[in-house]
Design a protein around this ligand. Structure first.
Ligand code: FMN
Length: 214
């Protein structure tokens, strides 16, 4: 497993689909950044207002990290469109992703008082689940830009009503720049997702009385 972790973290900070469960055992998956912090130790910085943080704070210590380079997996996790399957013997389910990627089971060791809270976890096991298909993808700017647009979308969503117009409009501009790149270079599916992200963010700003142009 250590060699696989060396490979997974060879580019440094990574984004994953992070799955937690609530006290009733219902899974929740969200995009989260992860760093390696030792041979098998990882560190996440999780905002307190997320369901992910609440699940961890309520005592669920198990995490599943699902690797994916597919922007649509991140999009589906944010908009609640994932289904789940379980690796035999694992205490927590894993989302079904478009390609067959490695999954990691980790256990939370420590949560600090910050916001974001620094969450330390130990990687316990890894697996592959048979998924829809194996993928042979080239680097796609449209796909990468959609992930960037989703990051800015979640920042707008978290900060609307809290941050200044200037900050929100700067975030929105970055969202739009990335989404427009996706719309220019992406497939029909990616274009629709990028368009939806622009519309949802504009709607949130409009409801908050914020106009970013003019
Ligand atoms: C690629 C990507 C990476 C993200 N990384 C983090 C992160 O490291 N920490 C965090 O708190 N939120 C991060 N977010 C934002 C959360 O995914 C977002 O707030 C999400 O709605 C939380 O979902 P939840 O409430 O179901 O936990 C990221 C979003 C994206 C698209």
């Amino acid at each position: 497993m250590d060699a696989l972790l060396d490979e997974v973290f060879r580019w440094g900070h990574i984004e994953v689909l992070l799955t937690t469960i609530d006290p009733a055992g219902t899974p929740n998956t969200a995009p989260m950044g992860v760093d390696r912090n030792g041979i098998r130790e990882i560190v996440l910085r999780v905002y307190r207002e997320t369901k992910t943080f609440r699940n961890i704070a309520l005592g669920n210590r198990w995490l599943v990290l699902t690797l994916s380079i597919d922007a649509m997996d991140y999009y589906d996790s944010l908009f609640g469109a994932l289904s789940y399957e379980t690796v035999p013997g694992w205490p927590i389910p894993s989302p079904v992703t478009r390609c067959r990627y490695p999954l990691f089971l980790a256990r939370v060791m420590n949560i600090d008082d910050g916001d974001p809270s620094t969450v330390l976890a130990e990687v316990m096991d890894h697996s592959h689940l048979p998924s829809l298909r194996s993928c042979r993808q080239a680097y796609s700017r449209a796909n990468a830009a959609l992930v960037e647009a989703l990051i800015y979308y979640t920042k707008v969503e978290a900060l609307v009503g809290k941050a200044s117009r200037e900050v929100l409009c700067r975030l929105y501009e970055k969202l739009e720049e990335n989404a427009l790149l996706t719309i220019r270079l992406g497939s029909e599916q990616l274009r629709r997702a990028a368009d939806n992200v622009i519309n949802l963010a504009s709607e949130q700003l409009r409801k908050a009385g914020i106009a970013c142009r003019g």
